[in-house]
Design a binder for this molecule. Structure first.
Ligand code: MLT
Length: 387
C-alpha cells in the first residue's frame, strides 16, 4: 500500500513523539514529571462544566451541529472580541467555530495553499504552521526569529521567488513557545507587508488571556486595515482549561472565514452543540477564573525563572503564555539536554529545535503542573547543571 507522497516529508507530531518516550518510562515504573505539552493541570471552571451537564441533556443538541458553529456560539465569540479587545465582528460572516485551533490552522492551508506554494512560518513556531504546508505538498519558508530581536519573526529579507508564491504568513503573539509579546508597531508592519504582497496573515492568539504583571495582550484585529488581510485564531483551551474539549474559533477577513468554512464543511460536521453551549458560558460568563489562573501561572513562572537564573541558566521572564523558554547549558544541544533530562532525571521538557531551526539551543518548560511537582522537577534539573 502506498501512502501519499507528502507523508514521506512529514515528521511525526512533536508531542506524539514525546508521549511515546514518556509512556515507555512510565511502563518501566519511572516517576516521570512532564513539563512538556502545554496541557493545563487545573480543571475546567465549574460554571462551564455545569452548563455542559445541562446542555448534554437537551435532545436538540444530539443532532448534527451547525457547520459554521451555532448562531449563539458565534455571537458569543463576537461578544468576547468586543468586550476583550473592542473589536466589532459580524458573527455571520466574520466568525467560524473550530474543533480546536489546531484543526483550523491545519485546514487553513487546504483553503489557500496549492502544491509548490510557500507558507511563511516563524523559525520558532507551533509545528502545525509548517506541518499543514507539508500536507499540501507546499514549502515552508522559515522567517528568522532571534532573541536579539525579541523573538519577532523577521519578514524583511524574504527572497522574491518565495514571496511570489507565498500564500499565508503565520505569526503568534503572545508566542508559543518563546513567551515573547509583539508590539503594535510590529503588527502594523506585518499587516502592511501582507497587504503589499497579497498574503493572508494568520495570527495565532491562543495565549491572549494568560498574561502577567498587568500586561494586556492585543488582538491583531485592533490594528488599522487588519480586516483586509488577517484571520485570527482563538482557543478556549488555555484560557478556560479546556484542551480536551476541542473548541475554538477563527475570526477576521470574511473571505478567509468563508474559504476555511468551505474546507471544513466538506471535512467535518462541526463541534458538538453541547460543547458550544458550554463554551458560550466560558466566553460570556464570569472571568475571575481566568484572573485566578493567571496568578497561579505567574507564581509558577517566577519559581521557574528564579530557579533557572540562580543556577546560571539564561531565560527571560515571559509576560504571557504558560511557558518559560530557556537556553540550554554550554556544550549541549536542545535534543541532547532534553534527552539527558528525560533519561537521567525523568523530567520531560520540549526541545527547542522541535519548533524550527532557530529553536536550537533552547528548551521549553510548561508551567502546567502544581508547585510541588514543579519544585521537584527543578531540583532534578539542577543536578544536571555543572556548578
Ligand atoms: C503546546 O504544548 O504547544 C500545545 O498545547 C500543543 C498542541 O496544541 O498540540
Amino acid at each position: 500500500m502506498e501512502t501519499a507522497e507528502c507523508l514521506n516529508h512529514m515528521a511525526p507530531y512533536l508531542f506524539a513523539q514525546i508521549d511515546k518516550k514518556r509512556d515507555a518510562l512510565i511502563a518501566q515504573g519511572a516517576d516521570v514529571i512532564s513539563l512538556g505539552i502545554g496541557d493545563p493541570d487545573m480543571p475546567t471552571p465549574e460554571h462551564i462544566v455545569e452548563e455542559m451537564a445541562r446542555a448534554i441533556r437537551r435532545p436538540a443538541n444530539h443532532r448534527y451541529p451547525d457547520y459554521n458553529g451555532s448562531p449563539a456560539y458565534r455571537r458569543a465569540c463576537a461578544s468576547y472580541m468586543k468586550t476583550r479587545f473592542g473589536v466589532e465582528l459580524n458573527p455571520e460572516t466574520e466568525v467560524l467555530a473550530l474543533i480546536g485551533s489546531k484543526e483550523g490552522i491545519a485546514h487553513l492551508h487546504t483553503a489557500f495553499v496549492n502544491p509548490g506554494d510557500y507558507v511563511l512560518a516563524p523559525s520558532i513556531g507551533y509545528p502545525v504552521y509548517s506541518g499543514g504546508a507539508t500536507l499540501q505538498s507546499a514549502h515552508t519558508y522559515f522567517m528568522p526569529m532571534k532573541e536579539e530581536q525579541g523573538f519577532l519573526a523577521d519578514f524583511s529579507n524574504i527572497p522574491d521567488d518565495v514571496l511570489k508564491r507565498a500564500k499565508i504568513m503565520f505569526i503568534g503573539y503572545p508566542n508559543n513557545p518563546t513567551g515573547a509579546c509583539a508590539t503594535e508597531e510590529y503588527f502594523d508592519r506585518a499587516i502592511e507587508f501582507c497587504l503589499e504582497h497579497d498574503i493572508l496573515l494568520a495570527h495565532d492568539n491562543a495565549y491572549c488571556d494568560i498574561c502577567f504583571d498587568g500586561y494586556r495582550a492585543p488582538s491583531i484585529l485592533e490594528r488599522p486595515r487588519a480586516f483586509e488581510c488577517c484571520i485570527e485564531f482563538f482557543s478556549l483551551s488555555k484560557s478556560y482549561n479546556m484542551t480536551g474539549w476541542r473548541i475554538a474559533f477563527a475570526c477576521g477577513n470574511p473571505k478567509a472565514i468563508e474559504a476555511l468554512g468551505t474546507v471544513k464543511n466538506n471535512l467535518d460536521s462541526g463541534q458538538f452543540t453541547a460543547i458550544q453551549e458550554a463554551a458560550i458560558a466560558a466566553l460570556t460568563g464570569p472571568q475571575d477564573c481566568v484572573r485566578e489562573m493567571c496568578e497561579i501561572y505567574q507564581r509558577r513562572r517566577d519559581l521557574v525563572v528564579n530557579t533557572l537564573r540562580s543556577i546560571g541558566v539564561s531565560c527571560t521572564a515571559p509576560q504571557a503564555t504558560i511557558y518559560v523558554w530557556a537556553r540550554v547549558p554550554e556544550g549541549e544541544t536542545s535534543e541532547s539536554f532534553a534527552t539527558k533530562l528525560l533519561e537521567k532525571t525523568h523530567v520531560i521538557v520540549t526541545p527547542g529545535n522541535g519548533y524550527g531551526p532557530d529553536g536550537e539551543g533552547y528548551i521549553r518548560i510548561s508551567l502546567t503542573i502544581d508547585d510541588n511537582r514543579l519544585t521537584e522537577a527543578l531540583e532534578r534539573l539542577k543536578t544536571l547543571i555543572p556548578s
